[in-house]
Design a protein around this ligand. Structure first.
Ligand code: HEC
Ligand code: HEC
Length: 279
């Protein structure tokens, strides 16, 4: 349904009464979401949400394929769908180091609409609800003993197998890993910043507790206590050099190229993906 038709239906539904108002508002939001998606996201994520937009080949970290309904950045337990707040956080902060740059040129209404639209790409969104978020308890005091506990846990939990003994991303398994979509994936260098899911201690806690679904990065909420998780967070925090911290303010990795694609795409009036042939 085109935007103009939706407008009429909204008007008529208003006259007919509340019974219609809700589904009609949802249809109008989906129509807006589709427009926003095709004008801002499809160039990377593909018109069909399959991650195969025309710019996708330019990037080492591939745009998400939305058809499986698997998401890395969640406040919810491993295996759950993300909550709208999680998807909003991705749109507002971007995924640092990748072509997924912040979408802050969109209003919050547009961001919420495009989230509603991307849920149409996977049947999971009709069949399941996101689980409640994993709580993040207040951090305990940072003491030398807790830092040492974090360091010991790092080896005990097998983090070094992928991330290496010093966290440089060079563990024995590092070269062989693949994500669930079949792309090769490297463990993060834990001495560098920014992290994809955020670099503040509370962000790290969330990432460790929930894991990054679709990647070999495991979820630890079941295996470790909140105390242990905080100890590990403090240890990871101690690995970042001041030079690495300065990266929070600049473009890193594939961000500049992602921003360029967006700029070019918008200059062409969001027309680029529309001219692609549907497979
Ligand atoms: C220039 C390319 C590009 C554009 C444009 C783009 N994205 Fe992305 N997006 C990516 C890449 C690359 C990733 C994968 C990041 C990763 O896996 O580390 C991604 C990941 C995501 C994720 C997955 C987060 C998760 O938890 O797994 C969502 C949601 C998302 N994008 C939504 C959008 C929406 C909505 C738009 C448009 C408003 C958009 N993206 C525009 C490149 C892009
Ligand atoms: C089987 C391999 C594997 C193991 C074991 C593993 N990781 Fe990871 N980890 C990864 C991969 C792969 C990524 C990169 C994911 C991505 O870029 O999407 C990652 C990413 C990360 C990140 C960065 C997250 C972000 O937001 O960018 C942190 C922090 C991290 N791991 C910490 C740990 C800790 C602490 C442990 C031990 C408890 C651990 N990892 C165990 C594979 C592993």
């Amino acid at each position: 349904m085109g935007p103009r038709r939706v407008g009429w239906v909204v008007l008529l539904a208003g006259l007919w009464g509340d019974g219609w108002a809700q589904p009609v508002a949802a249809a109008a939001q989906l129509a807006l979401g589709q427009r926003v998606y095709e004008g801002n996201c499809a160039v990377c994520h593909g018109l069909l949400g399959d991650g195969r937009g025309m710019a996708a080949h330019m990037f080492r970290t591939q745009p998400r394929d939305f058809r499986q309904g698997v998401f890395k950045f969640r406040s919810t337990p491993s295996g759950s769908l993300p909550r709208d707040e999680d998807l909003l956080r991705v749109l507002q902060r971007g995924v640092r180091g990748t072509a997924m740059v912040p979408q802050t040129h969109l209003s919050e209404a547009e961001q919420r609409a495009v989230i509603a639209y991307l849920k149409t790409f996977s049947p999971r969104w009709r069949e399941e609800k996101p689980a409640p978020p994993i709580p993040i308890p207040p951090p305990p005091p940072l003491t030398p003993a807790r830092l040492a506990q974090g360091k010991a846990l790092y080896a005990q939990a097998g983090c070094d197998q992928c991330h290496g003994p010093e966290g440089r991303g060079d563990g024995p398994q590092a070269e062989t890993l693949e994500d669930d979509w079949g792309w090769p994936i490297r463990p993060a260098n834990l001495q560098r910043r920014p992290f994809k899911g955020g670099s503040r201690p509370a962000d790290l806690y969330r990432t460790l507790a929930t894991g990054l679904d679709g990647t070999p990065m495991p979820a630890l909420a079941e295996a470790l206590s909140p105390e242990e998780l905080w100890a590990l967070v403090y240890y990871l925090d101690s690995l970042a050099s001041p030079a690495a911290r300065a990266n929070e303010q600049r473009w890193v990795g594939e961000e500049a190229r992602g921003a360029m694609v967006e700029r070019m795409h918008r200059r062409m009036g969001g027309g680029m993906p529309m001219r692609m042939r549907r497979p």
